[in-house]
Design a protein. Structure first.
Length: 395
């Protein structure tokens, strides 16, 4: 192949342009690096050597020498907050905001970011009134959705359910019923307070609003039954609690003891036992088994309770079921065998304590008692009323 003469002339030009561009880039990098304070590179060196405390001090010095390092301020504040040093994070972000108020050096986006970071600092520090004040300032800005979410968290921490309902009704996606579960729970919290203080009509209004918001709200149905029971209508209470099977049968165990108390009040304990045994056959549950076991023990004695647990163990072998079986056997055993059975039961009980906990579906937090809201991640209705042993046995 012949090479044309103009290609030979163009090649040196291309090399020359490349060399010139490289020189320009190198000069720019050198000039930018010289513009940065020496303490900035010192801080980077400390970070690389896994000395975060000394790195923070170096970065603070860099921020003092060069006030233009806005992003460095944000990085420092975030680092302080993650380390739990909220007082230092607050100082960093307040410094940015106060300096901007006098010199107007921040862009609108940077100003909003600084306010958001300050609000998060206050929230992490537990200064909820100051955090609320900051996030209210962010309403109607480009950070409106983030402000709403943080305000909702603040009002839940303060248990100010009226304000929480108002904020949830303004959340994006409210029209698509994305927040109906939370709003129903907020109404249930208000109803629980009313029930505790004897305000039964107000409690009924909140419960009905919760069910109108989310017809599958089991907690509202449970409370409606409790309200009828307090009003002296055990038959109506049982009817409400039976409706839980259509909402979410897993939660029947939460109403089992209440149903048995209502049947006992009506003088129909046998009907209550038959109802609960039917639930147990259709919706196997360790908590439901415990409720039926206690009812059988009280009404028909240890032999009937033993037969119930034995049959259930054949269907669903569990350590918690075995613990109940040994409890019934202890009541039936002759005195000379009780010491051995007591020893075995205590050994089993030691193991069952580890598998007899509830577990959050979202974060995996485990608790000995059932929660409507996870104490760890704050999710609503993330605790199924199932013991961890049941999760382990599930396919």
């Amino acid at each position: 192949m012949e090479i044309e003469l103009w290609w030979l002339l163009a090649l040196p030009l291309f090399f020359g342009f490349g060399w010139l561009a490289a020189r320009i880039d190198i000069k720019q990098v050198v000039s930018e690096s010289r513009a940065l304070p020496r303490s900035y590179f010192t801080g980077l060196n400390f970070l690389l050597n896994e000395q975060p405390d000394r790195a923070i001090e170096a970065f603070l010095e860099a921020a003092r020498i060069d006030p233009e390092t806005v992003e460095l301020h944000f990085a420092l504040g975030s680092l302080f907050r993650r380390r739990g040093e909220t007082d230092r994070a607050i100082r960093v972000h307040k410094h940015l905001i106060d300096r901007d108020a006098s010199l107007s050096q921040l862009t609108e986006e940077q100003r909003l970011q600084a306010l958001t970071e300050l609000g998060l600092d206050y929230l992490k520090a537990g200064l909820l009134d100051r955090a609320e004040e900051v996030f209210l300032k962010l309403r109607g800005t480009a950070r409106d959705e983030e402000a709403l979410r943080n305000l909702l968290e603040i009002y839940q921490l303060e248990k100010d359910w009226e304000k929480a309902i108002a904020i949830a009704n303004q959340m994006p996606g409210h029209a698509e019923h994305l927040w109906q579960k939370e709003i129903a729970q907020f109404h249930c919290e208000l109803a629980a307070s009313d029930l505790l203080n004897g305000r039964y009509e107000m409690a009924r209004q909140h419960i009905e609003t919760a069910l109108a918001t989310n017809r599958r709200c089991v907690r509202a149905t449970l409370m409606l039954g409790e309200l009828e029971a307090k009003a002296g209508s055990p038959e109506a209470a049982i009817g409400h609690w039976q409706a839980i099977e259509q909402q979410n049968p897993q939660h029947l165990s939460l109403a089992a003891d209440k149903m048995m108390a209502a049947f006992r009040q009506l003088g129909r304990e046998q009907a209550g036992i038959e109802l609960l045994r039917g639930y147990l056959e259709r919706h196997s549950s360790l908590d439901l088994l415990d409720a039926v076991f206690q009812a059988e023990l009280r009404v028909h004695g240890p032999q009937a309770a033993y037969g119930l647990v034995r049959d259930e163990l054949r269907r669903n072998p569990t350590l918690l079921g075995l613990d109940k079986l040994l409890e019934a056997q202890l009541l039936l055993a002759p005195p000379e065998r009780r010491a051995d059975l007591e020893l075995v039961k205590n050994l089993i009980h030691t193991h069952t304590r580890r598998v007899a906990r509830y577990r959050c579906d979202d974060c995996g937090f485990k608790a000995r008692q059932f929660h409507w809201r996870c104490p760890a991640c704050g999710g609503w209705e993330t605790f199924p009323p199932k013991r961890t042993e049941e999760f382990d046995l599930s396919p």
